[in-house]
Design a binder for this molecule. Structure first.
Ligand SMILES: *[C@@H]1O[C@H](CO)[C@@H](O)[C@H](O)[C@H]1NC(C)=O
Ligand SMILES: *[C@@H]1O[C@H](CO)[C@@H](O)[C@H](O)[C@H]1NC(C)=O
Length: 218
């Protein structure tokens, strides 16, 4: 007789298989030792002696300082609670990003290879959207306290459509190190991508490639 696996077990296995969070810690915490020598490499950041851990390792005021949205042509500034400012977050599987937008500022098209993202507007408004792997566009306009979810790894953007007011938002990631890969990297990688695949991919001329590179400061 064939043994059948109950369907709830199958669903659970599928759920577990689909979960994409960071690996769990085997201890309560692992406060990052950001001054430890980087003479070998592994997944994460080494911990300090747990007996040395203090309350201050688990707090940060890094997000209380507004970002400088004039420092780049996009009119965007992001400040994240990575282990350099919040060492107690090492191994805890989440980070928070403060997002400042100038009027009509944009967080350019990008993906997070290791994280889903939920964004919540605090002040002003944002136009946000992502494109799925079937090339469907999903976009929304958000007002204060409204939330939008970007599925893991998909190309997305955030834009402040208001021509006169800045916008402020926070984003939450289910990874201590979500990673961000900008789509414009295809034009500004280091070293630069060979120009032929770039021309063919975008169906543009060499001059157009050079113009885009110049506009992006490459
Ligand atoms: C952090 O790492 C450095 C270098 O390995 C070590 O000297 C120091 O004691 C560590 N700090 C703590 C608090 O464990
Ligand atoms: C913001 O960045 C711009 C351009 O780099 C710079 O001129 C300005 O002084 C910065 N403002 C602050 C408050 O740091």
């Amino acid at each position: 007789m064939v043994q059948t696996i109950p369907s709830f077990v199958l669903s659970l296995l599928l759920l577990l298989g689909a979960a994409g969070a960071d690996p769990d810690l085997l201890v309560d915490f692992c406060v990052a030792n950001t001054s430890a020598a980087q003479d070998f490499f592994f997944n994460g950041v080494p911990c300090i002696d747990p007996a040395e851990a203090r309350g201050s390792h688990f707090t940060t005021s890094a997000l209380s300082t507004p970002g400088n949205t004039s420092a780049n042509p996009f009119g965007f500034s992001g400040t994240i609670t990575d282990v350099s400012v919040l060492p107690g977050g090492n191994g805890q599987g989440l980070t928070i990003l403060r997002e400042d937008f100038a009027p009509q500022g944009v967080l350019p098209l990008h993906t997070h290879p290791r994280s889903s993202e939920a964004v919540m507007v605090l002040q002003g408004e944002l136009l946000v959207g992502f494109i799925d792997t079937a090339n469907r566009m999903f976009a929304q306009r958000l007002r204060p306290m409204e939330v939008f979810m970007f599925p893991r790894g998909l190309i997305h953007f955030q834009y402040n459509p208001n021509p006169s007011s800045p916008a402020l938002a926070i984003a939450v990631f289910n990874s201590q190190n979500p990673g961000a890969q900008l789509v414009i990297s295809t034009f500004v990688s280091n070293p630069p991508m060979d120009i032929e695949p770039l021309k063919k991919s975008y169906q543009i001329s060499e001059e157009e490639v050079q113009t885009i590179r110049k506009n992006l400061g490459a």
